[in-house]
Design a protein around this ligand. Structure first.
Ligand SMILES: Cc1cc2nc3c(=O)[nH]c(=O)nc-3n(C[C@H](O)[C@H](O)[C@H](O)COP(=O)(O)OP(=O)(O)OC[C@H]3O[C@@H](n4cnc5c(N)ncnc54)[C@H](O)[C@@H]3O)c2cc1C
Length: 456
């Protein structure tokens, strides 16, 4: 009999197991694949270490991952400052504006459009600051009319890379958060506070309109030196002995007894537990539990997802075009988000060589998206072909629930007692790993309230 069974050994499942293990719980983690970490992972391809997609970890200075690291990790990985966000143009790279002052000189877009966009951002930020819920307002609906095609394309690209969805489906809330005009990391001044119910209301107290003039959040973004495997390694290393982990073990069903979770079953075995924490896709729950309420099933069916194609290129020589740390977007033709990842630390690529990850949003068939992606790469970097010595493709779902205006995002609590959710589909705040960490903080808070964890 376990205190807690965690379904899935991605970053959210492992962080949950770590925290609960350190609170003295006897925990079993069951992971269906033969490796741990889910999307938070790196592996070797030829002589290069590729991550599961290019990553920038946000809100690192005061956010939820920092809280968990400080409280539960035996050691924290070394993080390298992320660098900057750039736009690639025919004339090289330009910094992406992150405040109005930078916007004024961002001549990649027509002057009149910049002026109108600045006004739109100011208005949205003012509304958020004074408590208006912008989570159901699409970015497109807040844009001025008659902008140039380039400007719409730019905004669409930023929306795609922040939410996986177009500007018509992405909420203003997500853009303000993701672009770091707004942050909510300061809510962790004291003990854990409930997160899922708060969203926009809570950020208002710390969102200064001053951000429009100077935006100093970039320092809080970083990349783990050595790659995502370093972050994963420090979580695994910190797991106490009372946390047991099994790979190659797919959970087929979550068992219930009188409306309460009571364990899980796999193809070969059943395991009893007081609490079940599900970190796989919440969308899968209807296939795993018999007596899930019909209205909850319907809500889970509304979870929206996006797919990405990542093309990793191992280059035989460093290219001057990738002589920076950070990332770049290309917003014409097939847009991409790219990171010369080996610039962060030695060992990711062999000496003198370079590893660059290009991420594309998949809207059509993978085959046609891959062809279009290559057209863009060749068009933007005509010289690159001569340097390519390794190509590696990844097709993934970066987040288990996209933050779109119509999509549903479940809470950590479910209608089944003692069954909780964690992961990128159980929190709306921030993105990716930070978002997963928010859900874990929320899990601890909910378990305390439900008297499954001692008060702090
Ligand atoms: C291309 C790409 C780019 C990204 N960029 C960033 C970024 O810049 N910044 C950032 O912070 N994040 C980024 N992310 C997102 C980040 O990697 C993920 O959001 C995060 O790792 C998700 O963690 P998770 O634990 O919620 O889910 P997952 O990693 O999906 O883990 C879930 C685990 O559960 C297992 N599982 C599922 N069902 C079962 C079952 N029934 N039984 C047993 N095991 C099961 C799965 O095998 C998996 O290992 C990116 C991701 C990708 C793919």
């Amino acid at each position: 009999m376990y205190d807690v069974i965690v379904v899935g050994g991605g970053i959210s499942g492992l962080l949950s197991a770590l925290a609960l293990g350190k609170h003295g719980k006897k925990v079993l983690v069951l992971e269906r694949s033969d490796y741990l970490g889910g999307n938070c992972n790196s592996y070797r391809v030829d002589d290069f270490w590729v991550d599961t997609g290019p990553h920038a970890i946000t809100h690192l200075q005061k956010g939820p991952l920092r809280v968990l690291m400080d409280k539960y990790f035996d050691y924290t990985p070394v993080f390298v400052d992320y660098g900057s966000y750039y736009v690639r143009t025919a004339n090289g790279i330009r910094l992406v504006p992150s405040n109005l002052r930078e916007f004024a000189t961002f001549d990649v877009l027509p002057r009149m459009d910049r002026l109108m966009l600045s006004q739109a951002v100011t208005k949205a930020l003012t509304l958020v600051t004074f408590g208006t819920d912008m989570s159901k307002e699409s970015v497109y609906s807040c844009l001025p009319h008659h902008l140039s095609d380039d400007t719409y394309s730019f905004v669409d690209t930023i929306s795609y890379f922040l939410s996986g969805k177009s500007m018509r489906e992405t909420s203003v809330y997500r853009i303000l958060y993701g672009s770091s005009f707004v942050r909510n990391s300061a809510i962790y001044d004291g003990e854990y506070q409930t997160i899922t119910d708060q969203l926009v209301g809570q950020i208002t107290s710390i969102t200064g309109l001053g951000r429009l003039v100077t935006n100093k959040t970039s320092y809080a973004q970083a990349y783990p030196s050595g790659g995502l495997k370093t972050l994963l390694g420090s979580v695994l290393h910190s797991l106490p002995d009372n946390v047991e982990v099994r790979t190659d073990t797919q959970v087929r069903s979550i068992l219930t007894d009188d409306g309460k979770a009571s364990g899980v079953s796999t193809d070969d075995e059943s395991y009893d537990a007081e609490i079940v924490v599900h970190s796989g896709f919440a969308k899968d729950l209807p296939g795993m539990i018999n007596d899930l309420p019909a209205d909850y099933r319907a809500l889970l069916g509304r979870i929206d997802q996006a797919k990405s194609l990542c093309i990793w290129l191992g280059l035989s020589q460093q290219m001057k075009e990738f002589d920076y740390t950070g990332s770049e977007v290309w917003f014409k033709e097939k847009a991409y988000w790219a990171m010369p990842i080996s610039n962060y630390s030695q060992g990711i690529a062999p000496k003198g060589k370079q590893l660059v990850g290009f991420m594309f949003v998949v809207e059509d068939s993978v085959k046609s998206e891959r062809d279009r992606a290559w057209e863009t790469i060749h068009h933007v970097f005509p010289e690159i072909e001569k340097r390519i010595e390794m190509v590696h493709y990844q097709v993934t779902t970066p987040e288990k629930a996209a933050v779109s205006i119509d999509g549903y995002i479940p809470d950590v609590r479910t209608p089944v007692s003692n069954l909780y959710l964690v992961g990128t589909d159980a929190a709306a705040e921030s993105m990716g790993i930070t978002r997963a960490a928010y859900s874990v903080i929320d899990l601890l808070k909910c378990m305390r309230e439900d008297r499954h964890l001692e008060p702090a």
